[in-house]
Design a protein around this ligand. Structure first.
Ligand code: FAD
Length: 273
């Protein structure tokens, strides 16, 4: 088990406290497991999404902190994978300490399913051409290939009762599907995707953004919806979607900002390390 410095632990605590002034609390972990995993299967879910199954002995004892568990995927596309040191809480700072020629790329993904009995996870990747290392890696992944796993945490932590609103785009569909598989209460669910070819068999209000700004279609759908109250909201997807949904709920529906979990999973025109 890695031993983190007092400064690292203090920084994490301070960042957690600062985040909780602005948004709903997340599920945090104390230890950020890191290990190498092997691709065991690749399944085409649609023309836009590939499910990649990974095996690692460590998944037998790995515990998710919540349904939308996320992790850092460490990738070395054209060379052997060298893992960063795991003695710092901030994996980005461990990566910065590595020589550039061996440093793996890092992107964040959701654990769509975890099967401890066979030590596997499934990860559903949106493939969007070759624009970044994540999509490039996922498009070419095949059985036997190695990648690194760096544990993250999870964000979905609603109160035990009350009305819950969920808003997602295509990158947050794996997290949304995992949340829906654990929830039993009625939920208000809104999904914005580029066009109907991204739609999955999932009970939600689906809207299509076409060439509009991310978030504009889903914010309009929420504005038009008849919702009595919202006691907790989770809004994840492109940065404009996450912030747009939050702004609408706080300004127009008087929802407490500390009852809203929002996260920009990606940003048009920028890499998301
Ligand atoms: C907590 C968390 C969980 C996530 N879970 C998932 C998941 O399960 N599945 C998943 O597919 N993604 C998920 N994402 C989003 C994913 O990390 C981003 O889409 C990331 O930018 C992909 O990296 P990349 O290397 O492909 O592109 P980057 O190098 O980050 O970006 C390169 C270019 O591609 C664009 N771009 C990035 N993503 C997309 C996209 N989806 N469509 C169109 N253009 C894009 C950027 O705007 C940029 O111009 C998650 C993100 C977070 C923070």
């Amino acid at each position: 088990m890695p031993r983190y410095s007092a400064l690292d632990r203090f920084t994490l605590k301070a960042a957690t406290k600062a985040a909780e002034l602005l948004m709903a609390p997340a599920n945090r972990r104390e230890v950020f497991d890191q290990f190498v995993m092997t691709v065991t299967a690749v399944t085409e879910l649609s023309e836009h999404m590939r499910r990649i199954t990974f095996h690692a002995p460590e998944f037998a004892s790995f515990a998710v902190t919540g349904p939308d568990e996320y992790f850092g995927l460490l990738m070395a596309t054209d060379r052997e994978l060298v893992m960063p040191a795991d003695d710092r809480i901030n994996v980005r700072s461990s990566l910065r300490a590595m020589p550039e020629d061996v440093r793996p790329d890092l992107r964040w993904y959701t654990v769509r399913a975890h099967r401890a009995d066979v030590a596997e996870i499934d990860v559903d990747f949106v493939v969007h051409g070759d624009a970044g290392p994540g999509t490039r890696w996922a498009r070419r992944a095949e059985a036997g290939q190695k990648a690194g796993f760096r544990a993250g945490g999870s964000a979905y932590r609603p109160p035990t009762s009350g009305a819950v609103l969920l808003a997602a785009d295509e990158t947050a569909l794996p997290a949304l599907a995992a949340i829906l598989s654990t929830e039993t209460r009625p939920l208000h669910v809104f999904v914005e995707v580029p066009d109907p070819s991204f739609q999955l068999d999932l009970d939600a209000t689906w809207v299509f953004r076409g060439s509009d700004e991310p978030g504009s279609a889903v914010v309009k759908a929420i504005q038009d919806a008849t919702l009595s109250t919202v006691d907790y909201a989770w809004a994840c997807g492109e940065s404009g979607l996450a912030t747009g949904v939050r702004r609408h709920l706080v300004k127009d529906r008087d929802v407490d900002r500390k009852a809203i979990m929002f996260s920009g999973y990606w940003k048009v025109g920028s890499a998301r390390m």
